[in-house]
Design a protein around this ligand. Sequence first.
Ligand code: MRU
Length: 337
Amino acid sequence: MTPGLTAVAWDGDAVLYLDQRWLPNEARYERARSADDVAEAIASLAVRGAPCIGVFGAYGVALLRRTIADDAEFRRAAQRVRAARPTAVNLGWAVDRVLAAADPLQEARAIHDEQIAIDDAIASYGLELIRKGARVLTHCNTGPLATAGGGTALGVIIAAQRGGKKPRVFLGETRPLLQGSRLNYLELEAAGVDAVLIVDSAAAVAMREHRIDLVIVGADRIARNGDTANKVGTYALAILAAHHGIPFYVAAPRSTFDFSIAGGADIPIEERSAEEVVSFRGQRVAPDGAAAYNPAFDVTPGHLITAFVTECGIVRPPYGDSISDLELRPLVLPAHR
Ligand code: MRU
């Protein structure tokens, strides 16, 4: 975790969370005590990143089990949490695990501990993809703030830094909510990584000028054929990478694979308020009445993805076979609890 920052934690009678909307200027912590609190924190992106909303949702449902005696009311409250955001499969997966468990809090803690162990495994498998001095492009935020563990794509980059490979990382600011400049930069800086911020639309010229050796990003949902939903702009980066002959990697835990869907057309894409595009933190950045289309994610076709980095190893094409194999692999469990 970024020094001094904790994304989410169990706090006895509440779930503690860092309200990421205030970063990098302020580390403001809040306590969620009800289904509305948990759902609102997820929907507003106070807590965000696919694995992190899974961990947070799991603690949230464990809390609701303690505070709501009536079973039908509890299940309705849990469904409210489950439905807070549609694209990342981790949220529904984690809520369902807690709902099915005999001890909801123990299950939520297990999901959190597993995420930490899984992120460590992803980081060590990903190391082989990054040579010394590699110039890496990434998008959105995929570090500890996004997973409540060590991070996925950013976890790989940070592991490379710790291993003395000194990568140079270009990161898109990630409009409209700036997860790249506000959060990813913060985490890269804390890890001592050489980071260079670019506006999202500068990725093409950076590749053309031979400044990028590889792209690595996270994911919110991956279909059986490798089609991958991630922060809007990822698809454009994958097309650019293919055009320039640059490898494009996706780092994600197995819980981000949705084995129930065949392809990206079945991934629900969250469309967020136009307000996020026409204003930022209350400041208008477009004329009054400007119309805006604001999909939060896009789907990158599997054929544009060089490989996936998972806690079970590197998953390569043909994805029809390799993702089916992944489904059968055992869970990565933490060494201790
Ligand atoms: O809308 P966000 O900030 O939750 O989007 C996050 C992303 O798209 C991340 O890349 C993804 O969740 C992977 S996080 C390890």
